[in-house]
Design a protein around this ligand. Structure first.
Ligand code: TXA
Ligand code: MG
Length: 348
C-alpha cells in the first residue's frame, strides 16, 4: 500500500523547499520543512493563510517532540501515552534555542509550538523519510472546508501550481481536524474540540480541565481566542449556511417555509436526518439537494466536510443543516458547523 519510491521523492522535494500534500487520519495536510523559512512562507502564501495563525508541526517520534519543546507537565506525558500517534495536537512551550518563528510565519515569533504525531501509515512513512518536523496546516485554501480526499486537495490547488506533489492514500477517516490541547499550564485547555473528546482528555490527564469551550454556541462571541485559528471564518462552503436547532418536525416545517420563499431556479442544500427527510417526503421539494446527517456522530464527522464541498459542486445557493447534540464528539461537530455557518443558528 505504501509506495516507498513516491514517499522518498516527496521527502526530497520537501528538503528542497517544496510543498507536499499528504493524508493523515484526520484530514489532508499540506507540508513544508518546518525549519525552512522560505518554504514556510510559500506555504502561507499558497493557502492564503493569515501570518498570525500558527502551524502544527508533524513528527514521527517522541524524541522529535522533546527536541522542540521545554519540559512538560506530567499530565501532558499521560496524554501522549494515551493518544499518540493519533488525532491530538499539543501546544507546548517552545525550546529556548529554536528560531523564534518556528511553528509560525517567519515574520512572526511565538513562544509556544503546536505538535502532533499522526497515525496514518502514509503520513508516518512520509515523516520518517523526511526526518524533520513538517509544518502542515490542513491542505485547503484558507477558509475552505478541510480536505478529506486527494480530490479535495486537487479541487483547491490542482491547477494553481502552488504545491509540488500530492501523496495519495485512503483513510482521512476521522474527517475533522485533531483536538488541540494547550499543555503550557497547570491544567490542560482544549483550544479546538475533536474526536478525542473533553472526557477522554480528562480521563487520560487525570486532572481537571481549565476554561474548556463547552458551549460552542458562544463560538462567535469569543473576543480573545487563545488559538488564533479560531477567530477566522472556517470550513465554509460557498453558499451561506444556517444551522437549525430543534425537533425534526419543526426543522422540516421551517425548511418548507424557507423553500417556498426560494426564488425559482435556485437549489437549496439540506443536510438533515432520516426522520426529517421522511417528514419532508410528503411534500414536493424539487429544487433541493438532500444529504443525510447520520445518527452516529462518528459518521457525521467523517462526512461533514465532504458534504459541504459537494454542495459547492452542486451549486446550491443556501444550505440548511440540522444541529447535532452538543456533547462528546458532537461538540467538535457543532464547532465546525458553527464556523461554516458563521454562527448562524435558528432555534426552530
Ligand atoms: O488534524 C489536524 O490537526 C490537521 C492535520 C493536517 O494534521 N491540521 C490542521 O492544521 O488542522 P490547521 O493549521 O488547519 O489548524 C491548526 C490549528 C489552528 O487553529 C491554529 O491556530 C492552532 O492549531 N495552533 C497551531 N499552533 C498553535 C500555537 N502555537 N498556539 C495556539 N494555537 C496553535
Ligand atoms: Mg485548517
Amino acid at each position: 500500500m505504501i509506495d516507498t519510491k513516491r514517499i522518498q521523492k516527496a521527502a526530497r522535494i520537501l528538503h528542497d523547499g517544496g510543498l507536499i500534500a499528504f493524508p493523515t487520519e484526520t484530514v489532508y495536510g499540506l507540508g513544508a520543512d518546518a525549519f525552512n523559512a522560505q518554504a514556510v512562507e510559500r506555504l502561507y502564501a499558497a493557502k492564503g493563510r493569515p501570518g498570525d495563525n500558527p502551524l502544527i508541526l508533524h513528527i514521527a517520534t517522541v524524541e522529535q517532540f522533546t527536541e522542540l519543546t521545554e519540559e512538560l507537565p506530567h499530565y501532558a506525558m499521560s496524554l501522549i501515552d494515551a493518544y499518540w500517534p493519533g488525532p491530538l495536537t499539543l501546544i507546548a512551550k517552545k525550546k529556548y534555542h529554536l528560531p523564534s518563528w518556528v511553528g509560525g510565519h517567519p515574520l512572526n515569533s511565538t513562544n509556544t509550538i503546536g505538535v502532533r504525531m499522526p497515525s496514518h501509515p502514509v503520513a508516518k512513512a512520509f515523516l520518517d523519510a523526511a526526518g524533520c518536523p513538517v509544518a502542515a496546516p490542513s491542505a485547503n485554501k484558507s477558509g475552505r472546508p478541510s480536505p478529506t480526499t486527494s480530490q479535495h486537495v486537487k479541487d483547491d490547488f490542482g491547477t494553481t501550481g502552488e504545491i509540488d506533489m500530492i501523496l495519495d492514500g485512503a483513510g482521512a477517516d476521522i474527517g475533522i481536524e485533531s483536538t488541540v490541547v494547550d499543555v503550557t499550564g497547570a491544567q490542560p485547555v482544549i483550544l479546538r474540540p475533536g474526536i478525542i473528546t473533553e472526557r477522554m482528555i480528562r480521563v487520560a490527564a487525570k486532572v481537571a480541565l481549565a476554561n474548556t469551550l463547552t458551549n460552542t454556541n458562544d463560538a462567535k462571541n469569543i473576543t480573545a481566542p487563545r488559538s488564533p485559528g479560531m477567530k477566522y471564518r472556517h470550513y465554509a462552503p460557498k453558499a451561506p449556511m444556517v444551522i437549525l436547532k430543534g425537533q425534526s418536525y419543526d426543522v422540516a416545517m421551517y425548511i418548507l417555509n424557507e423553500y417556498n420563499k426560494t426564488p425559482q431556479g435556485e437549489q437549496i442544500g439540506l443536510l438533515i436526518t432520516d426522520l426529517t427527510k421522511q417528514i419532508l417526503a410528503n411534500h414536493q421539494l424539487s429544487n433541493t439537494k438532500i444529504r443525510t446527517l447520520s445518527q452516529d456522530h462518528i459518521t457525521v464527522a467523517q462526512n461533514l466536510f465532504a458534504q459541504l464541498r459537494e454542495f459547492d459542486t452542486l451549486g446550491v445557493t443556501k444550505i440548511y443543516t440540522e444541529a447535532v447534540a452538543d456533547d462528546g464528539i458532537g461538540v467538535a461537530i457543532m464547532d465546525r458547523m458553527l464556523k461554516a455557518a458563521e454562527g448562524n443558528v435558528v432555534n426552530v
